[in-house]
Design a protein around this ligand. Structure first.
Ligand code: CP
Length: 327
């Protein structure tokens, strides 16, 4: 167990934290989940303030960080990029310097392609307090930590030999970031799982993330394979995580990506596909999902779905990160 994470940034823990540090965060998350369940106070961050800076909309991330900070005895300060001087030119360095002097931690969601992760790192470089990544275009660490916690709740802490299918699914709403599938393949290959990435050829992920995932699988004794057949991805899987993402590696053009996406409208998770997986298989999705486009109601509302546990576990892993890094 690593007991000194004070001051650590969590921008890409799936890549940058040791396995021991990740296990420590999960231990604390389970303890905090238990404390909340039995009503045991845990105001570890009394009088502390967390700045929450959003460049994009959010339901779960905002609500869980705000609730978590209140439960830890502190305050979460919501900052919207559109209604502050950030929209008139406050730079990343200025935000790091200034908000860092008002607060004890800064959390940021900035998903612009080729910009978000760099922006968060620039804020961190200028900030005297730890910075947390609430999603950028490359990583979504707290979603994936919550997913890991959810998987371990279902299958135990030793995940070696379990098969997870991280799959593209069609959605009509917008060109979503690559961050969820990328953080998933990075994290799950570190835990000795058999990780499948199933996607149409236009929906590749970043090559450096793919290379790192292969390397992780080699080191952990797991495996990493890439498929392009939607049905095949379900076969024999213990966990399926089919969700939409954009074809960013093929085109950044919205219209072109929409035309490409329309070739794959049949990539929808339904009961027939779920029946191809193992009997105990769980269905996962970070939400929001495009219902009856990405996944049928019968699957997402069905007995194999753990989507609400994933959403709940956002609260516990984020509280653990705050308690460990913002003391
Ligand atoms: N899963 C997730 O990050 O949800 P929000 O976009 O609502 O925060």
């Amino acid at each position: 167990m690593q007991t000194d994470l004070r001051g650590r940034d969590s921008i890409a823990p799936e890549l940058e934290w040791t396995r021991d540090e990740i296990e420590t965060l999960l231990d604390v998350a389970w303890d905090l989940k238990r404390k909340r369940a039995v009503g045991e106070p845990h105001a570890y961050l009394r009088d502390k303030v967390l700045g929450l800076l959003f460049f994009f909309t959010s339901t779960r991330t905002r609500a869980s960080f705000e609730a978590g900070m209140a439960q830890l005895g502190g305050h979460a300060m919501f900052i919207d990029s559109e209604t502050t001087q950030i929209s008139h030119g406050d730079t990343a360095k200025e935000i790091g310097e200034i908000i860092g002097r008002y607060t004890d931690g800064i959390a940021i969601r900035q998903c612009d392609w080729n910009f978000g992760n760099r922006y968060i790192r620039e804020v961190a470089a200028a900030s005297r307090v730890p910075v947390m990544n609430m999603q950028d275009e490359v990583f979504h660490p707290f979603q994936i930590l919550a997913d890991l916690m959810t998987i371990q709740e279902r299958f135990g802490r030793d995940l070696r030999g379990k098969t997870i299918n991280v799959s593209y699914a069609y959605a009509s709403s917008y060109q979503k970031p690559l961050s969820v599938p990328q953080s998933l393949i990075l994290m799950m290959t570190r835990f000795g799982m058999n990780v499948r990435l199933t996607r149409p050829p236009e929906f590749d992920l970043m090559p450096e993330i793919m290379d790192q995932s292969r390397e992780n699988a080699k080191k952990s004794g797991g495996s990493f394979e890439v498929l392009d057949d939607f049905d095949a991805g379900f076969e024999g899987a213990d966990i399926v995580y089919p969700k939409s993402w954009g074809c960013w590696m093929t085109t950044e053009d919205k219209n072109e990506s929409s035309v490409i996406g329309k070739k794959y409208t049949d990539w929808i998770t339904d009961d027939r596909r779920m029946a191809l997986a193992n009997e105990q298989c769980v269905y996962m999705h970070c939400l929001p999902a495009d219902r009856n486009i990405e996944v049928t109601d019968s699957v997402i509302d069905g007995p194999q779905s753990v989507v609400y546990d994933e959403a709940e576990n956002r609260l516990h892993v984020q509280k653990a990160a705050m308690a460990l890094t913002m003391r």
